[in-house]
Write a protein that binds this ligand. Structure first.
Ligand SMILES: [Zn+2]
Length: 244
């Protein structure tokens, strides 16, 4: 993707962006939102606005009032030439927290990067950097969750002094610092590790050499949030680069 032309396309859609905030935030909840205008595709969208859109979508999910925006064939055709998602969601592989569902978004709205307990390495971090660096994506959300199986496996392996099978051992090793931090915090070790892993992941991205200047200048916001499986609710643990 040519980043310059991508940003130009964002600018061309700016007028649509402002107008589209209203139908998403305050419109009827039973009808499909008006298309084609979607605020996520506005170049003027900042981290705070992007986060408010995700929070509103999560409210729809929690309240069993999903709108299913941006999932029509017309929208699919419209996006065939270019995409400009308004957020990167970095989350676990768990089948119960698909980002487009728990934030009530559609195609073209989110870059999604998923690994066990959102563990990072250079390849994964490169994929996270893609949106902000190539298309000016204004927000990264790190989404950890209750009863994370990857964290449970790591805690079990490290407590038992056993090596996890296959490359799961690499996931366990990547979670070792969070488990160590959680032990110091006390309480339920799995839940404490989940929370430590969320805040640690945000901190790593905050200091990522390719992202730090964007965070510092307010062009890129970071959110670390904990997701409750039963209620679908979010608990924000850490933000950086903007005031939510
Ligand atoms: Zn998980």
């Amino acid at each position: 993707m040519d980043p310059t032309s991508a940003l130009d396309r964002r600018r061309a859609l700016s007028a649509l962006g402002a107008a589209a905030l209203c139908p998403l935030v305050g419109g009827p909840v039973s009808a499909r939102p008006a298309e084609p205008a979607r605020p996520g595709h506005s170049p003027s969208l900042g981290p705070g606005e992007a986060w408010r859109l995700l929070r509103k979508g999560n409210e729809y999910w929690v309240g069993d009032r999903l709108r299913h925006p941006d999932q029509s064939s017309a929208h699919r055709h419209r996006l065939a030439e270019a995409q400009h998602p308004f957020a990167v969601v970095v989350t676990c592989i768990d089948s119960r927290l698909s980002p487009e569902i728990v934030f009530d978004q559609g195609i073209g709205d989110l870059f999604v990067v998923r690994t066990g307990a959102h563990t990072l390495d250079d390849l994964v971090t490169g994929s996270i950097e893609y949106g902000p660096l190539q298309d000016g994506t204004p927000l990264i959300v790190v989404l950890g969750h209750q009863r994370c199986g990857a964290v449970s496996a790591a805690v079990s392996a490290l407590d038992g002094g056993r090596r996890a099978p296959g490359h799961l051992a690499d996931v366990v090793e990547a979670l070792r610092p969070a488990v160590t931090e959680a032990r110091r915090a006390g309480g339920d070790l799995v839940e404490a590790t989940v929370r430590a892993q969320i805040t640690r992941t945000v901190a790593v991205l905050e200091h990522d050499p390719a992202l730090a200047s964007r965070v510092g200048s307010g062009r890129l916001g970071l959110v670390g949030a904990y997701y409750e499986l039963g209620t679908g609710r979010l608990n924000v643990l850490r933000t950086k680069g903007f005031t939510p």
